[in-house]
Design a protein around this ligand. Sequence first.
Ligand SMILES: Cc1cc2nc3c(=O)[nH]c(=O)nc-3n(C[C@H](O)[C@H](O)[C@H](O)COP(=O)(O)OP(=O)(O)OC[C@H]3O[C@@H](n4cnc5c(N)ncnc54)[C@H](O)[C@@H]3O)c2cc1C
Length: 374
Amino acid sequence: MKINIIGGGPAGLYFAILMKKADAAHQIAVYERNGPDDTFGWGVVFSGKTLATLREADPESHAEITRTFEAWDNVDVVNRNGKISIHGNSFSGVERLRLLKILQRRAEDLRVEVNFRTEINDCDSMRASCDLLVAADGVNSSVRQAFAERFQPALDVRPNRYVWYGTNQLFHGLTLTFRHTATGMFAAHSYKFDKSRSTFIVECDPATWSNAGFASLNDAQTRTYLEQVFAPDLKGQQLLSNNSKWINFLLVKNANWYFDNVVLLGDALHTAHFSIGSGTKLAMEDAIALANHLRKRTEISKALEEFEATRKPYIEEYQSAAFESMRWFENIGSYDSLSLLNLAMGSMLRSGRVTYEELRERDPQFVRLYEESK
Ligand SMILES: Cc1cc2nc3c(=O)[nH]c(=O)nc-3n(C[C@H](O)[C@H](O)[C@H](O)COP(=O)(O)OP(=O)(O)OC[C@H]3O[C@@H](n4cnc5c(N)ncnc54)[C@H](O)[C@@H]3O)c2cc1C
């Protein structure tokens, strides 16, 4: 089979690897507009369950990913009253660039043709020259846009602003920090992803963003401002920028996931709010699901039909939990008077993916403390 893949992010590279593993005779080409070392973002998060799925799909890359990752089991919630740790949550963090390098090397070893610094603008000739065109070209997918009538995308720009930074301050656990200022409430989502760095995402509502005057601050001024807001947490460490900019979260859904020989994958197909840390996980699981269906079926159209039919319900459920989590953060301005325990309980139950009873099983002491405080 001849497969063209637009986008050398986690979805595109992992799909190429799995297909080439399944049959070395497949001719697979990945087209990536950036160079092999250019990337945005800092660390990516995987749950223990996701890592088990990755091990089953490709033990070689799984071994590399887990060689230097940082693992934790606690979610820490911090506000002006202090900090509380909730245990029993298995997660790990790995640097995004390291993950991409592992996947690039694995693809090369399997003889996938990876064309860096190659931007694809002509989707029609791309799809005419292969059996299957995979659009793994990210949240602003140009393939999705070019064939919008076929995919019927629904795009929803959310009101909160957020920005991805790194920092050398280490956050041991997924740390949710809430800081109250005269201009409004800020939330930070942070976690370490190697021995010396953490991801530090800052989020605020539109009123807080305008009150703070970020529209007229440059990158350095913005970081100085936020370093002051989070001074008790950063403990003198700076925020590190990697072309970091304020953005609005774009919620992506598509009524149709494929047409003829073109299929969407990863962020091009769907997004889930970063507060449930799952963009990379979902992208790689999409790759596993699509590769499995193509392995089972000789007819590409049947495989695509089954991919959509079986994976869509799972993604819809995931997006609905992520939506609840996103809405919870969109309302942070109203949590000003909540006690630390109430804030922590609200944040643990926000997506509906963990029930009160499951939380009691994960961390009975936390639930007991909460009940005693009422
Ligand atoms: C600014 C930003 C920072 C982020 N940081 C993090 C983070 O620190 N941790 C985390 O877990 N998640 C992060 N994410 C989310 C995460 O990157 C995605 O959910 C995940 O990477 C999805 O994988 P993907 O392969 O579908 O898309 P992507 O990783 O976005 O990969 C798509 C690739 O396609 C390429 N491409 C696009 N159009 C073309 C074209 N026409 N021709 C050729 N190539 C093209 C792009 O250059 C890109 O490499 C971040 C997202 C954004 C927007």
